[in-house]
Each structure stands twice: as structure tokens, then as C-alpha cells.
Design a protein around this ligand. Sequence first.
Ligand SMILES: [Zn+2]
Length: 271
Amino acid sequence: MVRHGFLLLLALTGCACLLTLPRRDSARALSLIDVGQGDAAYIQSGGAGLLVDTGVPGSSADLSAPGPVSALLVTHLERDHAGDAAKVIARGNLAAVFWNGRTDAPLHGDVARAAGAAGVPLVALVPGDVLRVGDVRLEVLSPGPGYRTSADHNDSSLVLRADFPEFSALLTGDAPAEVERLLPPGPADVDVLKLGHHGSKTATGDHLLDLATPALALVSVGAGNRYGHPAPEVLARLEGRGIPLLRTDEQGTITVFWRDGELRASTSSAR
Ligand SMILES: [Zn+2]
């Protein structure tokens, strides 16, 4: 059960203030679900919802999503992003499962079997593909041809730009800085940036931050994780640009939405 303990108001100028306000009631929102050291985001618009990654096995992000899960997108088939995908597919009544098309990923067999058993189409995405969740438009920006078969599956993460009617967001999976450098400048310019690779120093480079110029950054990271995420180098890059950061290890599930002409974020209870 997500309890929205406080609300962070954030103007698009990057100036933030904290207020205690009632629970949000917006029908459109982007959530970063607290799954520990993994990723699970949720895009809701009206009665539709897209789960982007599932976290590690047993995360049950679909059950804690703040709305229905109509479809699943996995940025790449690694355990901390797709570890629960087979269960989510089996549990849900999904319209489709979107992925990056890598049949050599260790989890591909499990996911393909689950999708087959549930009769859910497995749809491979490439840059330029566009999905719609209610009135939210999602465009695939990466991986380009050079990274679709990289030895490091992080390179093949689907990178998504989400356009809500009032604000935009960039979800980069675990894509490293070398992939960030290939993102198209216009589409990479967003209001909300989910840090790449859980805030690893190998992602969210200066180049991306210069392109994205976000008003707010989010990171999905486990408390006391053994990787030291988010990295001090990334925190310094954000701080140097005055970009506020919300993190799931400190704020729990984070939900970003628009109300009364402002971008806002609610969080579940602080730990
Ligand atoms: Zn990851």
C-alpha cells in the first residue's frame, strides 16, 4: 500500500519547495515504483497503464502499481529489470509485451514461454516506434543498430521519451553514457529524467544532462546497495546543475504528475 506522505511541488524553473498536501488525484502520472535495487516505472493515463520493467523476481511491481497494468515493456532482459516479467505476464491480462528483441538474453526463454502461454504478443521495438498510453505518447529513441547486439545488454536498453500533455520524461534503462551520446538532441530534452543504470557513474553523463536540462531527476535504487548507487559523481553532476533528485531508497515510490500549472511529485512514506 502506497501512502502519499507529502507532496513536492516543483516549478519547471527547477525551484522546489515542500508542502503537506492531500493525496493526489491526477489521472495521468509517471511513477517510479520502489522495487529495491532494480527498475519499475509505471505510466498511467485514464484507464490505461504501461509497466516499464518489473524489478527483480518477487518485486510484484504490477500489484503495487497505482493503476491497472494494460501492457508491459521491458527495457532489457536482465534480472533487475525483467526478473518478474514472466510472473507479471502470467498474472495480468496484458495487451502486449514490448522488448528490445534480443533473443540471446538469459531471460528471453522465460518471457517468451510466459507470453506464449498467456497468448500475449511479444513485440520488438526499434527507434522511431511510437506507443500511446491514453493520451501519453511514447517514442523509442534507442538502441540504434550499433548497440542492438552489444555484449553488454545494458547497451541495448530501450530508451523512451514519454510526452504527457503537460510535461515530458526520459527513461533510459541501463544505457551507458556512450549510448546517451547518440540520442537525438531534441527528443532528449525533457522535464523529468530517470537516471540511467540506477545512478551508476557510467551513465547520466554531462552530455546527456546538457541535452536533457531536466527540472527533476529520479533514481530507482536499493537502500545500502553494494554498488554504491547512486554514484557520488552523478550526484555532483546534478548538484552542479541545481537539479533536484528524488530516490526510491529514501522516498519510496515516487509519482510525478501535473496539477494547477505545475509539475509535482508525491512519494510514499519516507524511511
Ligand atoms: Zn539495472
